[in-house]
Design a protein around this ligand. Structure first.
Ligand code: ANZ
Ligand code: ZN
Length: 801
C-alpha cells in the first residue's frame, strides 16, 4: 500500500470553511418538502461543550444531512439559552459581568460546535439575551397579562437561601433547589404567576397525539395529576358554617371518623374566638410553615396535628358528629384543603388515627389485616346503610347521586399542577415589562416601548431581602405611568431562566423579523418541529412550559399549531469510562476538544454513534475508538482500489443491501447499526473489482456520519459539487433478494427444526419427503400419523399430528 497519511486536521478545517464560505446550510423557502430538526439549545456555561451535547448534536446532524440529500428543505438551527442563574453565580464568583461572561462563553461554544462539522444554519442563530429576542419574550408576557393569565399574588413560595431567589415548583426536586441542591424554604412573597392551570386539561389530552417517549408522557401526566372526584359539604355544629372536602372515595363516607384541615385554612382565623386552644393551634401552624410539601406528605414521616377544641362537623349521610383536626399532611393548595378522614381505608389517615387513638370503621370488605394498615382496595360495602353489599363503583355512583340531589355535593376534577411562579429576585433575566402606578395600579409597558432593557449595572449582587438587585437602580426604577403619565415604578423582578426557551424554536424560523415574533406564512411552512432531540431531564420543566406557551400563542393565532414538537427523542446519558456520572469533582470528564485534537471530528462523531443505541445510557469508551479510526482509514485507502470498467455482481448486490439497511436505520434513529452495516461493507467488498459507481454510493452513505472524510473523497473522485445536496442513493429491490431462505418447521405449534430452501420453492411431494426425513423432525414425529402438512411459501412449515 502506498505511504499516504490521512491528515484530518487539514482536511476537516478545509471542508468546514468550504461549507461556511458557500453558505450551504441555509434554508430554502422555495422547496416544498421540509424537515425541522431541532436540538435543545445549550446553556453556554463556562465549562464549554460536554460530550452529552456532542452526542445529541451529532445525531441531529446526521438526520439533517440525510434529509437534505433526500431533497428536503432542512431547518436545522442553533442558538443560546443565555439568561439565568449559573451565569450570574459564575459572574459573582469571578467579578466579571454576566453579559461579558455570556458573550465569551457563547463564542467558545460556537467555535467548539463548528469544529465538529455540524451543519447548522448560523444565519438564524438566536440568543435569548439579545434585545431583539427578549423584546418578544416580553411581548408574550404582556399578551399573557392582558388575557389575565399573568397575575401578581402573595403566595408561599419555594425560596432558595443560596441562590437568594424564589423558584418554581418544577425547579424543586425532592425538596432541594434543582440548581444548587440547597434545601428550599417556604416564604410568603408577592409573586408573578402564570396561569398554566388554565391549560391543564389541554396539556394532558394533547399528550395522546404526540410521538414522544412514554416515559416523558408519564412524567408529564403525573405532574399534571388529574384526579376525578367529588366535593362534599360537611355542615358544622352550632354555627352556620360548612366545610367542603374533596374525595376520590365517596363510597367510604360511612367510614369517616374525623375531619382534618390544612394549617393554612382560613376558617381557623375566622373562628379563633370559638376555638378554645387557638394559641396551641397558632404555634402548630407556625411549625408547619417551615416544612416543605414533601416532608408534609411523605408517608414515612410521623403524622402530626392538633384537635380543634370548639369546632365539630356532621357526616352528611348519617349525621354523626366528627372531631376536626388541623394536620399538616393536608395541603392547602390541593382540593379544598380539607379531608373527610377514613382511617380504615386511607393509609395516611390510618397512621394519623393510630397516633391519636381515633377509631377505625371498616366499610369496605377487602382482604388484608386492618390492624396492620389501611385497606385501600375496592370491594363490597360494609356497614354502609342501604348501600351495604354493593360494589365500590356502584356505591360511589349512588352516594354521589344522592348527595348531589340534596345539594350537598358536586363532581370535581382536581389537578396537582399549580400556577407557574414566574418572578425571580435576580439580575440576569428579562425584566418583567410592567410598571406600578399609585393611581392606575399595574400597567403593562406599551408594546411600542418594548423591549424594557435590562440596565447594565456594576452591582448585581442579590439582595437576599426578596427584592431584585434592580430595585436599587433608582433612575431605572422611577418612571412614568404609560396611562396617566404620573409617577410610577418599574417592576424589578426578572423572568425565570425558562422564559426564553419557551418559544425559541419559533424565532429560528424568522430570526431577523423586527415587526413580529415571526412571520405567519413562514411559521405555517416550518411548523411543527418534526423532530426534537434532547435530554430527559426537562420533562416537567422546559417541555411543559414550551407546550403551554405554544398553546397560548396558538389561541392568539400567532402560531398555526397547538403542539410544538411532534416527535421527541431522548438521547441516553454518556457516563464516564468508569460507569459513573461525569463530573468535574470526580475528574472523569471527557473533553470533546481533546478528542478532536487527537482523532479529529469524524472519528469523534462516529465513536459517539457507534457506542450503542442513541437512547441508551452508556459509558464512554476510549478503547473502541481504534476500531472507528481503522474503519475510516480503510474507507480512505479503499479509494485507491477503484478501477475503470469493472463490474462485479457481488459488489452491486452488497452496495444495494447496504443502502437499504443504512437508509432504514437512519430513518429509525439506529445509527450504531447503520455504522456496523457500513463496516461490514468494507470487510466484504471485492476490492479487485471495485468501480467508481459503487464507491461513490458508499461515500454518500457515509457522508452524514463522517462528512469531512466523505467530502474529501468525493472531490478526489472528480466530482465538482459538494455532497451536501447530492441525491441519496436508492436501492434496487431485485438486487437484494436473498436466493435462499431459512424456514422454521413447527410440529404441533412448536418450532422443532429449520430448513434452508431456495426462495419461492413450490410445494411438492419431494419437498414433503425432504422435510419428513430430517432427523429432528423424525424424532419428534416418532412415527405418528400426520394429520396436516402445511407449507406457506417463504414463511413456514407446520405439521400437525
Ligand atoms: C376520603 C378517602 C378515603 C380518600 C379513602 C382516599 C381513600 P388524589 O387521588 O391524589 O386526588 N385529599 C384530598 N384533599 C387533600 C389535601 N388537600 N391534602 C391531602 N390529602 C387530600 O387523592 C385524593 C384523596 O386525597 C382524597 O380522597 C382525600 O382522601 C385526600 F379510602 O377522601 B380521600
Ligand atoms: Zn398611572
Amino acid at each position: 500500500m502506498k505511504e499516504k497519511k490521512y491528515n484530518f486536521k487539514k482536511i476537516e478545517k478545509k471542508w468546514q470553511d468550504y461549507w461556511e464560505d458557500n453558505n450551504l446550510f441555509i434554508f430554502d423557502n422555495n422547496k416544498k418538502k421540509k424537515k425541522y430538526i431541532l436540538d435543545m439549545f445549550p446553556y453556554p456555561s463556562a465549562d464549554g461543550l460536554h460530550v452529552g451535547h456532542t452526542e445529541s448534536y451529532t445525531a441531529t446532524d446526521i438526520l439533517a444531512r440525510y434529509y437534505r440529500q433526500q431533497g428536503f428543505n432542512v431547518l436545522h438551527p442553533m442558538g443560546w439559552d443565555a439568561f439565568g442563574l449559573p451565569a450570574e453565580n459564575f459572574a459573582l464568583k469571578t467579578g466579571l459581568h454576566p453579559q461579558d461572561i455570556t458573550e465569551k462563553n457563547i463564542n467558545n461554544f460556537r467555535k467548539q460546535i463548528k469544529s465538529l462539522g455540524y451543519s447548522y444554519n448560523w444565519n438564524n442563530e438566536v440568543k435569548t439575551t439579545d434585545l431583539q429576542y427578549y423584546k418578544w419574550t416580553q411581548w408574550i408576557f404582556i399578551q399573557l397579562f392582558k388575557k389575565g393569565l399573568a397575575y401578581q399574588d402573595l403566595v408561599p413560595i419555594n425560596w432558595c437561601p443560596f441562590c437568594l431567589t424564589g423558584l418554581a415548583n418544577e425547579e424543586v426536586v425532592a425538596g432541594k433547589c434543582d440548581r444548587c441542591q440547597t434545601e428550599v424554604e417556604k416564604k410568603d412573597m408577592e409573586q408573578w404567576l402564570l396561569k398554566i392551570t388554565d391549560y391543564a386539561e389541554r396539556l394532558l389530552s394533547g399528550l395522546d397525539n404526540l410521538d414522544w417517549p412514554e416515559k416523558i408522557k408519564v412524567l408529564q401526566r403525573n405532574w399534571l395529576g388529574k384526579s376525578e372526584g367529588v366535593e362534599i359539604i360537611f355542615r358544622l355544629k352550632d354555627i352556620n358554617e360548612e366545610l367542603r372536602i374533596f374525595t376520590t372515595r365517596p363510597d367510604t363516607i360511612y367510614g369517616v371518623t374525623y375531619m382534618a384541615l390544612a394549617p393554612e385554612h382560613k376558617i381557623l382565623e375566622k373562628y379563633q374566638d370559638r376555638i378554645n386552644n387557638y394559641q396551641e393551634i397558632k404555634e402548630y401552624i407556625k411549625r408547619a410553615k417551615n416544612k416543605s410539601e414533601l416532608e408534609r406528605t411523605d408517608l414515612a414521616q410521623e403524622k402530626t396535628g392538633v384537635l380543634i377544641d370548639g369546632l365539630e362537623g356532621f357526616n352528611p349521610v348519617n349525621g354523626e358528629e366528627l372531631p376536626i383536626f388541623v394536620a399538616d399532611y393536608i395541603l392547602d393548595s390541593y382540593g379544598s384543603g380539607v379531608v373527610m378522614a377514613v382511617p380504615a381505608h386511607d393509609q395516611r389517615d390510618w397512621e394519623f388515627a393510630h397516633k391519636f387513638n381515633l377509631p377505625l370503621k371498616q366499610v369496605v370488605n377487602t382482604k388484608g389485616d386492618i390492624k396492620k394498615g389501611a385497606l385501600e382496595e375496592e370491594g363490597l360495602a360494609l356497614h354502609s346503610g342501604k348501600y351495604t353489599g354493593l360494589k365500590t363503583v356502584e356505591v360511589k355512583k349512588k352516594i354521589v347521586k344522592y348527595l348531589i340531589k340534596k345539594n350537598l355535593a358536586q363532581e370535581k376534577i382536581n389537578y396537582k399542577l399549580r400556577d407557574w411562579i414566574f418572578s425571580r429576585q435576580r439580575y440576569w433575566g428579562e425584566p418583567i415589562p410592567v410598571v406600578h402606578c399609585q393611581k392606575c395600579g399595574i400597567v403593562a409597558v406599551p408594546e411600542e416601548d418594548l423591549p424594557v432593557e435590562l440596565p447594565k449595572v456594576e452591582n448585581y449582587k442579590p439582595t437576599g431581602t426578596g427584592e431584585s438587585p434592580l430595585a436599587k437602580i433608582e433612575e431605572w426604577v422611577n418612571t412614568q405611568c404609560p396611562k396617566c403619565q404620573g409617577k410610577a415604578k418599574r417592576e424589578t423582578n426578572t423572568m425565570p431562566q425558562w422564559a426564553g426557551s419557551s418559544w425559541y424554536w419559533l424565532r429560528y424560523i424568522d430570526s431577523q423579523n423586527d415587526q413580529k415574533l415571526a412571520d405567519q406564512k413562514l411559521l405555517k411552512k416550518y411548523l411543527p418541529v418534526d423532530l426534537y432531540i434532547g435530554g430527559a431531564e426537562h420533562a416537567v420543566l422546559h417541555l411543559l412550559y414550551a407546550r403551554f406557551w405554544n398553546m397560548f400563542l396558538y389561541d392568539l393565532k400567532v402560531v398555526p399549531q397547538e403542539e410544538p414538537f411532534l416527535k421527541l427523542f431522548n438521547q441516553g446519558m454518556i457516563l464516564a469510562a468508569d460507569g459513573k456520572k461525569m463530573s468535574k469533582s470526580r475528574g472523569n470528564v471527557v473533553n470533546p476538544d481533546d478528542l478532536i485534537a487527537q482523532y479529529g471530528a469524524d472519528v469523534l462523531r462516529l465513536q459517539l454513534m457507534f457506542m450503542g443505541p442513541l437512547e441508551d445510557e452508556k459509558p464512554w469508551q476510549t478503547k473502541s475508538i481504534k476500531g472507528v479510526v481503522n474503519f475510516l482509514k480503510k474507507v480512505y485507502f479503499l479509494a485507491d482500489s477503484i478501477q475503470e470498467n469493472r463490474e462485479s455482481e457481488e459488489n452491486n448486490k452488497l452496495i444495494h443491501k447496504t443502502i437499504k439497511k443504512v437508509t432504514e436505520d437512519i430513518e429509525n434513529i439506529r445509527f450504531n447499526t447503520a455504522l456496523a452495516t457500513l463496516m461490514i461493507f468494507i470487510n466484504e467488498v471485492d476490492k479487485d473489482n471495485l468501480n467508481k459507481e459503487v464507491f461513490s454510493k458508499l461515500i454518500i452513505l457515509l457522508s452524514p456520519f463522517a462528512p469531512h472524510l466523505a467530502e474529501e473523497l468525493w472531490f478526489n473522485l472528480g466530482y465538482q459539487e459538494s455532497l451536501v445536496y447530492e441525491e441519496w442513493p436508492s436501492y434496487n429491490k431485485d438486487l437484494i433478494k436473498e436466493e435462499k431462505i431459512k424456514l422454521a418447521i413447527q410440529i404441533n405449534g412448536k418450532v422443532r427444526d429449520f430448513i434452508i430452501l431456495d426462495l419461492d420453492t413450490k410445494e411438492s411431494k419431494k419437498l414433503r419427503e425432504k422435510v419428513l426425513n430430517l432427523i429432528k423432525v423424525k424424532k419428534y414425529l416418532a412415527g405418528q400419523e400426520i394429520k396436516k402438512f402445511i407449507y406457506i411459501k417463504n414463511k413456514i412449515i407446520s405439521i400437525v399430528v
